[in-house]
Design a protein around this ligand. Structure first.
Ligand code: 3HC
Length: 311
């Protein structure tokens, strides 16, 4: 009988849709790719709290405030599930935080844009969470078990976030002229950055080939981007807003919407740390980390005391 190498057994499992679990053999590159993607994802959830948290004190009424607080808490929870999933691969949480705080780790480009008006909060829910969920549904079936399982709950919550964002924009669309103008302005600013969130074009995506082979990713950046555009155009029509792209039109032959050229210089500039709010976001995270030192210390002392009592 032919002997199979560890790599072949691993790939067979992936091909047969058997989840890879934490203690099983896996190629080093698979482990590294997962740590990179899951930790970037966790950082995005955590940094993503900042632009929204910024509006908790200014939400227009109690109902909106309660919803926003709950949403921001959900994002914190997503960060924790994802950090836990990454830890199963042999990296510590402190190492991941260190990578974030020193600028070594990436997080989603989208959270480096400012939230200037209340309509931005709705636009984040509709467009940013909408784009996030388009990408993340496939991750519920990703090949690594702990990541796939974390994603099930995250997706349920993200889909609620998308709907609440859309509902709050729908309210603005039925409001005064000023409210409608504020809505249009938010859509004008968030549309292109949301399209960019899916990452570089397939031709430029350095990780996709391996990630697709290993079923970490199941759909390409461009395919997901196209699905998002196709799904969003009708929703924009119902809101009565214009998407800021003169080249956006239905292509009968392709059965998809065509859209304009993405400003990749802007995307890479933001990814490299030069977006409108990169520095502000990182300063806020580092400040929260430093000021939270006493909480971590107290928690460690408490845990030690409990351990001694049990022993
Ligand atoms: N922002 C910042 N960096 C990005 C990016 C983005 N929007 N899109 C791609 N990149 C980076 C990649 O990380 C990679 O850099 P690296 O090799 O140094 O890590 C480089 O650009 C090339 O891109 P690839 O297409 O080769 O990278 P991936 O194969 O990893 O695909 C991805 C990128 C589709 C974002 C994939 O990593 C992914 O699906 N990640 C999980 C989901 C995720 O992290 N979403 C972020 C948003 S989460 C969120 O929005 C929270 C919610 O509450 C709204």
């Amino acid at each position: 009988m032919a002997q199979h190498t560890s790599e072949e057994i691993f790939q067979q499992k992936v091909d047969n849709e058997i989840k890879i679990e934490a203690r099983e053999w896996m190629p080093d590159e698979y482990r590294k790719t997962l740590i990179r993607q899951i930790s970037q994802h966790a950082h995005s959830e955590v940094v993503g709290m900042l632009p929204e948290g910024n509006w908790i004190t200014r939400a227009p009424n109690l109902r909106r405030k309660l919803i926003l607080i709950a949403k921001v808490q959900d994002e914190a929870g997503h960060g924790l599930y994802l950090y836990s999933a990454a830890e199963t691969l042999g990296i510590t949480r402190d190492e991941m935080y260190e990578q974030l705080h020193t600028g070594k780790a990436k997080y989603s480009s989208i959270f480096n844009y400012p939230t200037l008006t209340w309509a931005d909060i709705g636009a984040i829910g509709w467009l940013v969470d909408g784009a996030a969920i388009m990408n993340q549904v496939m991750l519920c079936r990703t090949s690594y078990g702990p990541y796939a399982r974390a994603m099930v709950r995250i997706c349920k919550e993200e889909s609620f976030h998308q709907r609440q964002g859309y509902e709050s924009l729908l309210a603005l669309s039925k409001g005064s002229d000023e409210q409608r103008a504020m809505l249009q302005d938010a859509v004008n600013r968030w549309w292109w950055p949301s399209i960019m969130m899916f990452g570089p074009s397939d031709a430029e995506s350095t990780n996709s080939e391996k990630s697709m082979l290993w079923k970490i990713k199941r759909q390409s950046n461009d395919d997901l981007r196209q699905r998002f555009v196709d799904a969003t155009v009708d929703q924009a029509r119902i809101l009565g807003v214009t998407l800021p792209d003169p080249d956006l039109k239905w292509n009968e032959e392709r059965g998809h919407y065509d859209f304009g050229v993405i400003n990749w210089d802007e995307f890479w500039n933001v990814v490299k740390g030069n977006g409108p709010c990169n520095k502000q976001r990182m300063n806020a995270r580092v400040k929260a980390w430093n000021e939270g030192a006493w909480v971590r210390e107290a928690a460690m002392v408490f845990a030690d005391k409990r351990r001694q009592k049990v022993a």
